[in-house]
Design a protein around this ligand. Structure first.
Ligand code: ZN
Length: 162
């Protein structure tokens, strides 16, 4: 288990993101906007993504709630900005594994500072807080993908004269 100084460092990182959230605000040209609530803790997050193809070219969030939910969302936005859906799915999978207690995932440099949330695995009630922004991310990417699929279908219909 993490020693006391490492735990303190992690708490500092979480509080820093809670007090000075990164990418907080709204986007002028959001491709998708996803509100997400965690009724168990009262946390709320609305995540906005600006997509260029399957890349998150910009991201913002608004919300309020406990430090875990807001810090986790802030860290997530830093990790996914400028990345493609495939890379993001992998990062998201590793983060989820970490908060479910996977020690190997907790040492994965791909999830960057979000590793500070590894301790959440010991508090099952807080896992939902840590995953709130990530669940919004997953839904946002799915919505963006279905928008593209719908647009592609429309193109095919126009081309085939349906
Ligand atoms: Zn919470």
């Amino acid at each position: 288990m993490a020693d006391a100084s490492l735990t303190a460092l992690y708490q500092d990182i979480i509080l820093d993101h809670y007090r000075r959230p990164r990418n907080k605000g709204t986007l002028e040209h959001a491709s998708v906007s996803v509100p997400m609530r965690n009724p168990f803790c009262g946390d709320e997050v609305t995540l906005e993504l600006e997509m260029t193809g399957d890349e998150i070219s910009d991201v913002r969030f608004t919300g309020h709630g406990c430090s875990i939910s807001q810090a986790s969302t802030s860290m997530m936005t830093e990790l996914v900005k400028g990345k493609h859906a495939g890379e993001i799915e992998h990062i998201s999978e590793r983060f989820r594994a970490m908060v479910m207690g996977d020690a190997e995932a907790a040492g994965d440099s791909e999830i960057g500072k979000a590793r500070a949330l590894a301790g959440v695995a010991r508090f099952p009630a807080r896992v939902k807080c840590a995953l709130l922004g990530w669940n919004a991310l997953e839904r946002g990417l799915a919505e963006s993908e279905s928008q593209h699929a719908a647009a592609a279908t429309a193109d095919t219909e126009i081309q085939s004269g349906v």
